[in-house]
Design a protein around this ligand. Structure first.
Ligand code: ADP
Length: 486
């Protein structure tokens, strides 16, 4: 449509370095594809390591002045950016749907969620605190203050192309840290659009730089190892997170890692089944299941699993699959061929091992990387999907009989991002919530993400938290000044 052409044409396709739009060295580009058709949307600059270096040097050069801006100035930049995002929500949502595939309604929701990080951290910028304390012996005073960590490298995934950027840029800007951000190659357009908005919002040249690149490792590793940046914040797979943590070790960078998840979703026999089904739809189908918070293993008490499975399958199969730009579509395509193949092979593996398909499971012929909403029941522990992120619209059900068995199954994973618990028994809810080895728990709710709450995981789901009041601490160093007072 004309609107689609217009929003893609309007976005800058070059690197954003030191407040200027710059071609990649040698003018190289890579392609961005619409996952609903497999067709080319446009090409964007493909940064080389030396482009990356230029971006990081710009961030380093801008750091001293940016650290000296007042909290109010930084809050005003974030507030202005929040307002611009909300004013342009329709165009930004369309752009996101085109590059990522999610339905327009979800894309609009993500723009609002993304903007909310800026509004939240505009407030946090004003609340950076410190302390003044008397030493235990009485002969000195402790002055405690917070300073920006310094230039940051920020790496974001394709599944939430805007919100994963603002969740890092919001606290970085609020804290007075400059940065270089690198979006995923599948979805660079939302981030490039955001750069224009930050410039309009008054973020000074060099304070935020953006590089787009096909070879993420080739461009980012030298930047991490250079020691010019003081921090890395990464959202992506546990596999890549491990590699980056090792690279950060060389110069002892501060690290925040939001990695993979394998969320258990527990439905007890005393749960409200309608609420549990709706919660499962929310936890499973948001973003086509392409979320680290997606319910990945659904454990249901044996006495209600048949009823739960039927109701879930009925609701899942009623969801319209199609191009995200079409009205009424609830399920868009997966991000790419590799994503689709992975989901197909995980389902085939589970069925081979004895799982039963209640709905879905068959890819319809045609273009685009579509996978139908699928419910499997009787998924055994040895199915590959019990250990891996499915990242697709597949709900695997497994029965349990005792609370201990459910809890042990839920914790039987190297991941620990989020868990969901459905029960109407308060003591059980709290007992389970405390015993779950996760950074977050949804009690009778299928979505936990909120810019004002601390988001993050334990075990191999990551390090640190984003959002909440803790989110800005990740971008601040504590300095203690000891004062003799004999
Ligand atoms: P996914 O499997 O969801 O694509 P990845 O962890 O591969 O998750 O990607 C998340 C982000 O990390 C993307 O921006 C990607 O380009 C980037 N990335 C992937 N590999 C590396 C790497 N070796 N070094 C730095 N960044 C990487």
């Amino acid at each position: 449509s004309q609107d689609e052409v217009r929003v893609v044409e309007a976005v800058e396709k070059r690197l954003y370095i030191d407040g200027k739009w710059t071609e990649a060295e040698g003018g190289t580009t890579f392609d961005v594809v619409d996952p609903s058709t497999g067709e080319l949307l446009c090409a964007v600059a493909d940064a080389t390591p030396s482009d990356g270096r230029a971006a990081l040097e710009a961030a380093v050069a801008a750091q001293p002045a940016f650290a000296k801006t007042s909290p109010r100035e930084r809050a005003d930049m974030l507030t202005a950016a929040y307002e611009l995002l909300m004013e342009r929500v329709d165009d930004l949502a369309l752009l996101m749907t085109l590059e990522m595939g999610k339905p327009l309604a979800e894309a609009r929701g993500e723009i609002a969620y993304a903007a909310e990080f800026f509004r939240h951290f505009a407030g946090e910028a004003l609340r950076i605190d410190g302390g003044y304390q008397t030493a235990p012996a009485g002969n000195a005073r402790f002055l405690i203050t917070k300073q920006p960590v310094g230039p940051c490298l920020l790496i974001t995934p394709w599944n939430f192309p805007m919100a994963m950027g603002t969740r890092k840029l919001g606290p970085a800007i609020a804290a007075g840290c400059t940065s270089v951000i690198k979006p995923a190659h599948q979805t660079p357009l939302s981030m490039l659009a955001l750069m224009g908005i930050l410039a309009e919002a008054g973020v000074p040249a060099g304070a935020v730089n953006c590089i787009t690149a096909m070879d993420a490792g080739g461009v980012m590793e030298p930047l991490i190892r250079s020691g010019l940046a003081r921090k890395l914040s990464f959202t992506g797979s546990t596999r890549v997170g491990r590699i980056l943590l090792e690279q950060c070790a060389e110069k002892v960078l501060r690290t925040s890692l939001e990695l993979g998840g394998n969320a258990p979703f527990l439905v007890f026999e005393d749960a409200d089944l309608d609420e549990a089904v709706d919660g499962a739809i929310a936890a499973k189908m948001r973003n086509m299941g392409e979320a680290c918070t997606a319910a990945n293993r659904i454990f249901v008490h044996a006495s209600v699993i048949d009823e739960f499975g039927q109701r879930l399958a009925a609701k899942m199969s009623a969801l319209t699959v199609g191009r995200g730009t079409e009205p009424d579509v609830k399920v868009g395509p997966l991000i790419d061929e590799a994503g689709l193949t992975k989901v197909q092979s995980l389902v085939a593996d589970a069925v081979d091992r004895g799982a039963t398909v209640l709905t879905g499971g068959e890819v319809a012929p045609g273009n685009g990387y579509f996978y139908p909403p699928t419910v499997l029941t009787g998924v055994p522990r040895d199915a590959a999907m019990a250990d891996q992120e499915i990242f697709g619209p597949v709900a695997p059900l497994t029965p349990f009989t005792t609370e201990d068995e459910a809890l042990a199954a839920a914790n039987d994973t190297e991941y620990g991002l989020v868990a969901y618990v459905f029960t109407n028994d308060l003591r059980r809810a709290l007992r389970i919530a405390e015993a779950l080895e996760t950074g977050m728990v949804g009690l009778n709710q299928g979505v936990v993400s909120n810019p004002a709450a601390p988001f993050g995981g334990v075990k191999q789901s990551g390090l640190g938290r984003e959002g909440g009041s803790i989110g800005i601490e990740e971008f601040l160093e504590t300095k203690y000044i000891g004062i003799a007072m004999p």
